[in-house]
Design a protein around this ligand. Structure first.
Ligand code: GLV
Length: 325
């Protein structure tokens, strides 16, 4: 009997180069934007496919995985994989891959840029100019917080946390961090980073608090009303990790009541919805989850995810696939 060509479902359009590579090895179906964010739609489609290349917004739940009849691998077009029920996948013998490393530098750049934009009020100042209010240089116009000498507190000192720390260091910031485990003494030394054993102590002593941890049961609403109360009133929150790590209502409240000075937020609790109180909050920059959005990085993400799929479809051994979870 002739060998069947495997079928791959790619839930949203991804770079053409990635699709071309997948097409060399399989029949590829590409979903429309948002189409497979609908769990029922995915449950309906999945029995046909040998591999799934999904987005961080694709709900790869137990129901989806159970409905799959010949699925061998789920490859996430993202490093964070809280959208995938990894335990159920493992129980069902379905492999799961993500995309570490390739987006680290883009995210480090982005976090630094976001911090600059918030601390120096880029958005508000630009809006002021566009609205025709610029009537000349002002000694007291749009004063912001200087970064040199300030402390950047990082929760989650993985690759992206470290990439941000490296950049912040070049801006003269002191680095403090909290992580499940300490990074190596060499890494601490090269980043000039000091480990802080409790999140509370880190928050109290940080001028900028950055969230770079994964979303898990333990980190859900990690930054809540109680932690906001501990943040100094001049401090800034940067979140490029996952929205639910922050209690969005508490964040909006802290911004409206000015108990913190500002926030740079790239991720939201219920994406694509943004809490209405955040939309009206002062001194915050809200962006549509774009930390890794460079041409180079998105193509590299797609390549890493596609490589894992092709390797699994070819029956290669797991040791050839470095990004399996
Ligand atoms: C983006 O948020 C990612 O996890 O890659």
């Amino acid at each position: 009997m002739a060998q069947q060509i495997p079928k791959v479902l790619v839930t949203e359009p991804i770079p053409e180069k990635n699709l071309a590579y997948l097409r060399e090895h399989s029949i590829v179906k590409v979903g429309n934007k948002g189409e497979f964010q609908d769990e029922l739609k995915l449950i309906d489609a999945i029995p046909d496919y040998d591999a799934l290349l999904c987005m961080l917004s694709t709900p790869v739940t137990k129901k989806v995985l159970v409905a799959a009849q010949k699925l061998k691998i789920v490859a996430n077009f993202a490093v964070g994989y809280n959208n995938i029920d990894v335990e159920s996948a493992k129980d069902l013998g379905i492999k799961v891959a993500n995309t570490p490393d390739v987006l680290t530098e883009a995210c480090g750049d982005f976090a630094m840029g976001l911090l600059m934009a918030v601390s120096r009020k880029f958005n508000a100042a630009e809006q002021y100019l566009r609205e025709g209010n610029f009537s000349g240089w002002e000694p007291l116009g749009f004063l912001g917080m200087e970064l040199r000498g300030k402390t950047l507190g990082i929760i989650g000192m993985g690759r992206i946390g470290q990439a941000f720390a490296q950049r912040a260091r070049a801006f003269g910031m002191n680095i403090a961090y909290h992580n499940r485990s300490k990074v190596s003494p060499e890494t601490e030394k090269s980043l000039g980073a000091a480990y802080v054993s409790t999140i509370e102590e880190l928050v109290i002593n940080s001028d900028v608090l950055s969230l770079n941890c994964p979303l898990t049961d333990q980190t859900h609403h990690l930054v809540d009303k109680t932690l906001f109360k501990l943040m100094p009133s001049h401090s800034i929150l940067i979140n490029i990790s996952r929205g639910p790590v922050v209690d969005e209502v508490a964040l909006a409240d802290a911004l409206h009541r000015k108990t913190i000075a500002g926030a740079g937020i790239d991720v939201f609790e219920n994406e694509p919805a943004v809490h209405p109180d955040l939309l009206t909050a002062p001194n915050c920059i809200l962006l549509p989850h774009i930390a890794s959005a460079t041409f180079e990085t998105r193509e590299a993400i797609g390549m890493l995810a596609s490589n894992a799929i092709v390797s699994v479809l070819k029956g290669e051994s797991d040791s050839n696939i470095p990004n399996l979870i």
